[in-house]
Design a protein around this ligand. Sequence first.
Ligand SMILES: Cc1cc2nc3c(=O)[nH]c(=O)nc-3n(C[C@H](O)[C@H](O)[C@H](O)COP(=O)(O)OP(=O)(O)OC[C@H]3O[C@@H](n4cnc5c(N)ncnc54)[C@H](O)[C@@H]3O)c2cc1C
Length: 495
Amino acid sequence: MVNMINRAVVAAFFISNIVLGFVLTETTASDQTPSVIIVGAGMSGISAAKTLSDAGIKDILILEATDRIGGRIHKTNFAGLSVEMGANWVEGVGGSEVNPIWTMAKNLKLKTYHSDYDNLSSNTYKQKGGLYKKSVAQASLDRADEATTFSTNLSLSLSVHRDEDISVLAAQRLSNHVPSTPIDMAVDYYGNDYEFAEPPRVTSLQNTRPLPTFTNYGEDVYFVADPRGYESVVHFVAKQFLTTNNASLITDPRLKLNKVVREIRYSRSGVIVKTEDGSIYRAGYVMVSTSIGVLQTKLINFQPDLPSWKIMAMYQFDMSIYTKIFLKFPYKFWPTGNGTEFFLYAHERRGYYTIWQQLEMEYPGANALLVTVTDDESRRIEQQPDSATKAEIMKVLRDMFGNHIPEATDILVPKWWSNRFFKGTFSNWPIGVSRYEFDQIRAQVGRVYFTGEHTSEHYNGYVHGAYLAGIDSANMMINCIKKKMCKFQNLPKGT
Ligand SMILES: Cc1cc2nc3c(=O)[nH]c(=O)nc-3n(C[C@H](O)[C@H](O)[C@H](O)COP(=O)(O)OP(=O)(O)OC[C@H]3O[C@@H](n4cnc5c(N)ncnc54)[C@H](O)[C@@H]3O)c2cc1C
């Protein structure tokens, strides 16, 4: 059993490593299927737990810091609307392979809406208002498309063996297209930052062009706007192995909410996990599913320290920030109808409230807008009062649409970066991290295993990446437990 042990025993544990080794050996040596603690109940932690459970490892305990499961998939009530503060789209639909999250969304009959960006050339606003001529905006979009095709071909020609990776910006320079006018910067921001939440100078070309999410699963993206929330895909997976009551609520004692893990002690014979409220649990293995942003802080103290190869790899990867700001108005003052859903605002300051979505299709009659900011703008905005953000946005909207427009009645500014349980929104593959180092991020350290979207072999940053990473990491653990195949297969550098 994964069990809580009393403080006295633990005090004894901590006195010497010899004692630690002895007691843990005693608790785990006789176990046929050792117990596993899973830290975090986001998509990857739940998916890992289900995979373990399916393989017969049912003696599991999931410790989740917050009062809910789902992690970065999180709906909230905004002025009477159910909106997504975290993941919103099922990305990668309509391709040769089927995105497993899309299968779940279909299964659950989630309300999803195809996002059509085709008409941006007719919907790009100048800094001081008024639309760019369609031909001008189209020319900018075409130039960006050509540069993307060039960079994708270049990326495919670069040798992985000789660490030839370059940044997306370097590829833009090589294609003689470095966006520098407001409209080119807005289009560039839409093509890069809107997906990766970091600018082209940061992002690895080789690991993002082409992007497996779209080449494997398809180019289409679907916006989830369902009162049950996108998080119902996590509940869907959880309810396949956790017990529920008649009201379909999870009541399984193996899921413990409001348990903030602060310490993980590991040895050759087992693990001890300590939470902020003073509880202490021991088990044969632990699976850590917190974000790479959390791993880059000292929220969890590993004893002994993780090895330096692990720390170096983890600290090199990026946790980006993507902020979806929802606004509600007394009435609509923006165009609606076919081809109007997405619009761009081209400001001389790159990424200044650039990407807009009017939500009439998803929330008819709600008079709601969504504007997205990323990276430094997100950090800046998280640190100022929402009233200041609202004032900035109103100025932008007045510049776009004129002074007659009404004041927003409500604003929602999610703060993922300041939240110690997330420290950002999703991982982005930066220039300078090779496939070898990436593998080190997901490699286990003794009995400590790692999962999370940032460990997904092909789909880091996405919900499907989190789901598949959970399965992969659990299978590595299962191989170790059941077949004694415990060595992480890190390919040699340069392969
Ligand atoms: C704003 C935003 C927009 C996004 N948009 C999309 C999108 O449109 N499409 C898409 O596919 N993906 C999107 N993503 C990414 C997607 O949400 C994530 O990749 C995925 O949900 C991550 O799941 P995870 O299990 O790896 O991590 P998490 O969901 O972060 O789960 C980790 C869990 O660990 C818990 N935890 C942290 N620290 C501790 C601790 N010390 N002790 C115990 N528990 C702890 C956390 O509370 C959390 O529940 C978006 C994310 C955000 C935030």
